[in-house]
Design a protein around this ligand. Structure first.
Ligand SMILES: [Zn+2]
Length: 388
């Protein structure tokens, strides 16, 4: 795949020290805001999203979760029955259609409980399902870019387990799926419990301006728990410190959700906020010059910047690299060479090649965020890229 910068959303804007992740993604044309709380993923953002989701899929598959895709419309009656129509109130996006009142994909516990219910029996073995899709919350005050938005992507996981020994094993399996997935993105995650023992969340500390929520940490027993300005630990009454954090994932055991089945099973659910994860990753993996994506997240493999005399050769080289199954960003704009280099640092590809007048006898190659350029022939560059 070749992505030409003349067909993208350049010019790009330089990052500033106080920019949050969402702002950096906007400045580098990974995403664009379409209305308050709603963002579109542009080509580079879509490539980053697909790297993030392939890590999620691999981890879910490894732990025996089967992927589904439920409808984005759910009968409002399901939410009334579970009691959450009342507790969530106006944050549910509702639609009146010819066939009745529907909820626009807020979360899927009600719908999944219904799907499980159609099995008409409590499963002998736990059923593990997951999906990755777009969600809608009627958020009155969307804030912090992708952190608290109106429409967003969520990966959610569901287990229907018998009330027996298997349930706690399933719960541990799901919690370690969340921990394992989040830690593979290279973000330091802390696990904190809510007021109820069954509900926990996974947070990343965010010391800057993102006041998403507060996590308390006990300095005696290291228990982390959610709650505003709690001065002492609920377990050991030790002193606590407060950490500003972003909630990346949550985990809940619903004892009532699937209670119509006999014997009554447990519904365990968890979700990873993929959109806010993009914002967190953008903040973690960048500096003032641009993105510094690790290999597993780099949205494209090669950034190719050529002088105007080598335009045709650059196209031919990009095609060869694309034929290897790699993604190439080709800077074919009529801008200065220094501008091309600045923007290549900003966008954060894995490797960069600069093609000057000495091409194909020599070109400059830089790989993996290193500051040093290597002078090699075009042929050697192709070999190097194919082996990476
Ligand atoms: Zn404690």
């Amino acid at each position: 795949m070749i992505l030409k910068l003349t067909r993208c959303w350049a010019p790009f804007e330089p990052f500033l020290p106080g920019d949050q992740g969402t702002k950096r993604l906007e400045k580098s044309a990974y995403i664009t805001k379409t209305s308050p709380g709603c963002y579109a993923l542009l080509p580079l953002g879509r490539l980053l999203y697909s790297k993030v989701s392939s890590i999620l899929h691999a981890e879910a598959e490894r732990r025996g979760y089967l992927r589904i895709h439920a409808s984005c419309l759910q009968r409002y009656a399901l939410w009334e029955r579970s009691g959450r129509a009342r507790s969530l109130g106006k944050s549910l996006a509702q639609l009146d259609l010819a066939r009745g009142t529907f909820v626009l994909n807020a979360s899927q516990e009600e719908q999944l409980a219904e799907i499980f219910h159609r099995q008409a029996r409590t499963p002998a073995k736990p059923m593990r399902l997951y999906q990755l899709s777009e969600r809608v919350r009627n958020e009155v005050r969307p804030a912090h870019g992708l952190i608290r938005s109106v429409s967003f992507h969520l990966a959610d996981f569901y287990v229907l387990a018998g009330q027996l020994d298997g349930a706690s094993e399933e719960a541990e399996n799901l919690k370690s799926l969340l921990r394992g997935t989040l830690s593979s993105f290279g973000v330091p995650v802390m696990q904190a419990r809510h007021t109820t023992a069954e509900a926990i969340s996974f947070y990343v500390a965010s010391p800057d301006t993102t006041k998403q929520c507060m996590v308390n940490e006990c300095s005696e027993c290291s228990l982390a728990f959610r709650g505003l300005s709690s001065k002492s630990c609920p377990d050991c009454a030790g002193p606590t410190s407060h950490i500003r954090a972003v909630e990346l994932a949550d985990f809940v055991v619903h004892e009532k959700m699937a209670s119509e089945l006999k014997p009554s099973p447990l519904l365990i659910s968890a979700g990873i906020g993929v959109s806010r994860l993009l914002a967190v990753l953008a903040a973690v993996w960048s500096d003032e010059r641009g993105f510094l994506w690790p290999r597993i997240l780099a949205p494209y493999d090669l950034h190719l910047a050529a002088c105007t005399d080598r335009r045709e050769e650059a196209e031919a080289f990009a095609s060869k690299v694309s034929d290897m199954g790699k993604v190439v960003v080709l800077d074919d704009r009529d801008v200065s060479f220094s501008r091309k280099l600045i923007d290549s640092s900003l966008l954060g590809g894995w490797a960069t090649i600069v093609m000057g007048k000495r091409y194909p006898d020599a070109c400059e190659l830089k790989v993996d965020r290193e500051d040093k350029w290597h002078q090699i022939t075009a042929e050697a560059a192709l070999v190097k890229l194919s082996s990476d």
